[in-house]
Ligand binder design. Structure first.
Ligand code: SF4
Length: 441
């Protein structure tokens, strides 16, 4: 468990033992209202159940983000939750959590709002949380405060009798949704047509599929049954090295930026990384381009991280001479190159913990995490590179009303919104995940 989690859990325990005192006022206001800068969408002032009733991803999503037709949708929340004050929701969450005890664990992603994170038993990135689920076989259920693909991974890695619950089914991930299993199967068929499926003289396959953790279980399973593997933003380089030992090239789903940044850091030339656009024949590439390729990049991106620009970094450096700039590798390559360092959310968290008092750090990642890091480190100046407040539009869907509803349903003996990955999809996904674990560090 991370020290962030310990801090937050200690705070939650202290609150519990103090008979549910009134929460900190700043925790009770939506992020848009706490923000001093402008926001990317006026809908950030709305509660998620208002947004859930409309088609689309909601505030901050890119116009290119399209929800797949078969994506799960959240039904209406009872009015006793939508009408409840934030203080009431806070007290009800604490009471329900206390009644459930260790039977139920709450997992909170780093990008969740503070009023959710303060109730989490474990706080981390998607893989840390899936591992937390795996490490607690005694729990009957995990309430996963994150997005859909993360809950799927937790279900795959947890025991068959353990339930994984997503408090709001509308919490998908626009990046994960950019690669559907049908598109990926079509891509694979076209690649085999051009590249064949016979290994070369040294036994290396023509192409190895690699998927970022931020993908559906169906894509992870595809990789598992086709000799491929999963990666995280922490181990992408190790995983690509694993793949190049077994293949002549890699097809990387769904985040083009993580794939490009990792391959560039390994010395692979950008002109050997064709982009695969799924609506075009051969992804919009010539046969020669595909034969010459080393990494074929799926045309996906994260709407949060693609907002960061080199101009923002230049402005930060002009305003704060000596500022250290660190960004997530889901940012575009030019941003990663202009930064002083790049890495996963866990890397960013550790960099800030290691900073000296007085240091100024500009961060290119999701704003809930950046704001929390600043609150935890008043001895530093930590700020988000993007002056416009734009949280992840799907993480934003987990509101205390959904958490209170989920926990009280569990107290009443119901398990709503259970995310289940079964059959061959779970088995094949597990193969790809186990390969990643074996490919460590
Ligand atoms: S921050 Fe980006 S990758 Fe993460 S859940 Fe949100 S849209 Fe998906």
């Amino acid at each position: 468990m991370s020290s962030v989690a310990e801090l937050i859990r200690d705070a939650a325990d202290a609150e519990r033992s103090a008979a549910a005192p009134a929460p900190t006022p700043s925790h009770r206001r939506p992020i848009a209202l706490r923000a001093t800068g402008s926001t990317c969408d006026t809908d950030l002032g709305l509660e998620p159940w208002t947004i859930d009733a409309r088609p689309g991803y909601g505030p901050g999503a890119s116009v290119r983000d399209r929800i797949p037709g078969d994506a799960p949708r959240q039904g209406p929340l009872p009015t006793e939750y939508t009408d409840a004050s934030e203080d009431e929701l806070h007290r009800r969450i604490i009471a329900a959590k206390s009644a459930l005890g260790e039977r139920v664990r709450i997992l909170g992603h780093f990008y969740q709002r503070d009023e959710i994170v303060q109730h989490a038993d474990f706080v981390g990135d998607s893989f840390m949380l899936a591992q937390a689920a795996k490490a607690h076989p005694e729990a009957e259920a995990f309430v996963f405060c994150g997005v859909h693909f993360m809950a799927e991974t937790a279900d795959i890695l947890s025991g068959p009798d353990q339930a994984v619950i997503l408090p709001n089914l509308a919490a998908g991930c626009s990046m994960a949704d950019m690669a559907t299993i049908d598109q990926v199967e079509d891509c694979w068929r076209e690649l085999v047509e051009v590249l064949g499926d016979e290994p070369d003289a040294s036994g290396r396959q023509p192409v190895i599929p690699v998927t970022y953790m931020n993908s559906s279980a169906a894509i992870k399973a595809f990789c598992g049954r086709n000799g491929g593997i999963v990666c995280t933003s922490s181990n992408a380089r190790t995983v690509l090295e694993w793949a190049f030992e077994r293949g002549q090239r890699v097809v990387f789903f769904p985040d083009q930026h993580l794939g490009r940044n990792t391959a560039k850091a390994m010395g692979i030339e950008e002109d050997r990384m064709p982009l695969w656009r799924s609506h075009l024949p051969r992804g919009g590439n010539s046969e020669a381009d595909l034969r010459e390729s080393r990494v074929i990049l799926w045309n996906g991106f994260c709407s949060v991280h693609k907002r960061f620009t080199v101009g923002q970094i230049e402005r930060a450096r002009a305003q704060f001479p000596g500022v250290r700039v660190i960004v997530h590798p889901e940012c575009p390559a030019a941003v990663v190159e202009a930064a002083d360092g790049s890495g996963s959310t866990e890397y960013i968290r550790k960099e800030i913990e290691a900073a000296k008092p007085g240091d100024v750090i500009a961060v290119g990642t999701e704003i809930n995490l950046v704001n929390r890091l600043q609150e935890q480190h008043p001895e530093l100046t930590v700020f988000c590179l993007d002056p416009v407040v734009c949280p992840c539009s799907t993480m934003y869907r987990i509101h205390p009303a959904y958490l209170a509803w989920t926990l009280e349903s569990l107290v009443a003996g119901d398990a709503p919104n259970r995310i289940v990955v079964d059959g061959s999809v779970a088995e094949d996904s597990r193969v790809a995940l186990e390969r990643m674990l074996a490919a460590r560090p």
